[in-house]
Write a protein that binds this ligand. Structure first.
Ligand code: DQA
Length: 150
């Protein structure tokens, strides 16, 4: 079964208690369970991780590139300013879908820029946990359109 990483950046481990009016009431554990369920339905082996550490996120992205592992990524605040993350993602060797719970385009102006979007296959934003489920569907479609040689 093809492995897919669902990577999450800073403060997303606080879901449930973090600004629930913006990010919803689901906890990070709920989000992870929903992703794993979507993976089972799509025939994907989904592993969900979260870090508040930019260097750790960059290392995970490097390892995904080495292993040709597709990634669903919520870069959280790194979306808006991390050129280090963008440069790491530019080395990708498998599908990459950017995802957001909220709709950054409808929020503060600093959220309107994504330095990651230009190196992703696409972005799903604004649908809460459903954004991740849709992103995993997109990854499944991209994989079946261009299966990994290995
Ligand atoms: C977010 C949107 C970002 O602007 C914010 O910094 C986050 C979460 C989202 O999922 O809506 O931490 O990526």
């Amino acid at each position: 079964m093809r492995q897919v990483l669902v990577l999450n950046g800073p403060n997303l481990g606080r879901l449930g208690s973090r600004e629930p009016e913006v990010y919803g009431s689901a906890s990070f554990a709920d989000l992870a369970a929903a992703c794993q369920q979507a993976g089972r339905e799509l025939g994907l082996d989904v592993q969900v991780r979260q870090t508040d550490d930019e260097a750790e996120l960059v290392r995970w992205v490097h390892a995904a590139a080495d292993a040709r592992t597709p990634v669903v990524l919520n870069p959280a605040a790194f979306t808006h300013y991390s050129y280090a993350l963008r440069d790491a993602l530019a080395m990708r060797t498998a599908p990459l879908v950017e995802v957001h719970l909220s709709n950054p385009a409808a929020r503060e102006s600093f959220r309107h820029t994504s330095v990651v979007a230009g190196v992703a296959d696409g972005t799903v934003a604004g649908f809460g946990v459903l954004s991740y489920q849709l992103a995993l569907r997109a990854v499944a479609a991209l994989i079946s359109a261009a299966p990994s040689p290995g």
